[in-house]
Design a protein around this ligand. Structure first.
Ligand code: SAH
Length: 260
């Protein structure tokens, strides 16, 4: 089943995508969260608490403004997603990020969302990041060590791995929540296989035109899929194709700036 949803919340977040509050002198993490609440992007108390606890400043490269509502380059043709996209994905996955649950973050980049997931599932749960650029895995671990999720990394309920995210990470499957931070031409079968019945995956799908798809695995193993909103993410591709700045199967320039 593939149903399209269109809600007020979506249109308010796309208005917000054009907005930056850095110029208005608001430059603190808490203020960023309050703005996302004010514009109706964050409605969940849990998500606002987590985003207040995990300071984005720990996750952006030096010299990059951390609280602007826009994706920012992190090197290797990758970006850290915009705060409103992080908030949207956390809210979509909230029910599948309860204490003790297992969460997989594909294309974990800076490690920001992996850290948020780890905080939500807690020490009895599992938050796993998979990223195919080894240098980003190293820097994401350093970022997490500076953040409120550091104890979870130390205890081992949070881990980040170098790997091809299209294959998932079978070691800790099945997952209650899977987030994919890069746009796939189609939903990888390995990720569907590693999703628990009752689990939810959030994944941008498409090439130039992309939809953020929400994939629910029902108890009988069937899938319910809908499109939450239009997005623009970097491609989920091979490491070589990403470093060349090209899509793997299309010999054309990939969209390297993402709203996601
Ligand atoms: N959620 C991350 C998004 C980073 S951008 C953040 O906000 O920091 C998308 C990431 O996906 C990039 O870091 C890119 O290197 C990674 N990526 C792309 N294709 C991949 C693949 N096949 N396997 C693992 N990671 C991949």
């Amino acid at each position: 089943m593939d149903k399209k949803r269109s809600t007020l919340k979506i249109s308010s977040s796309s208005v917000l995508a054009e907005r930056s509050w850095s110029g208005s002198g608001v430059n603190k993490n808490k203020a960023m969260v309050e703005h996302l609440q004010h514009y109706g992007v964050i409605t969940s108390k849990k998500v606002s608490e987590v985003m207040e606890t995990i300071d984005r400043a720990c996750f952006v490269p030096d010299g990059t403004p951390p609280y602007v509502d826009s994706p920012m380059a992190i090197g290797y043709n990758a970006t850290i997603s915009a705060p409103h996209m992080h908030a949207t994905c956390l809210q979509l996955l909230e029910e599948n990020l309860k204490p003790g649950m297992h969460a997989l973050d594909i294309g974990s980049g800076t490690g920001y969302l992996t850290a948020c997931f780890a905080l939500m599932v807690g020490p009895q749960g599992r938050a796993v990041g998979v990223e195919h650029i080894p240098e980003l895995v190293v820097s994401s671990i350093q970022n997490i060590e500076k953040s409120a999720a550091a104890p979870l990394l130390k205890e081992g309920s949070l881990s980040v791995h170098v790997g091809d995210g299209r294959k998932g990470w079978p070691e800790f499957a099945p997952y209650d929540a899977i987030h994919v931070g890069a746009a796939a031409p189609e939903i990888p079968q390995a990720l569907i296989d590693q999703l628990k019945p009752g689990g939810r995956m959030v994944i941008p799908v498409g090439n130039i035109f992309q939809d953020l798809k929400v994939v629910d695995k029902n108890q009988d193993g069937s899938l319910s899929i809908w499109s939450e909103t239009s997005v623009r993410y970097v491609p989920l591709t091979s490491r070589d194709a990403q470093l060349r700045g090209c899509c793997e199967k299309q010999n054309e320039k990939a969209p390297l700036t993402a709203r996601g």
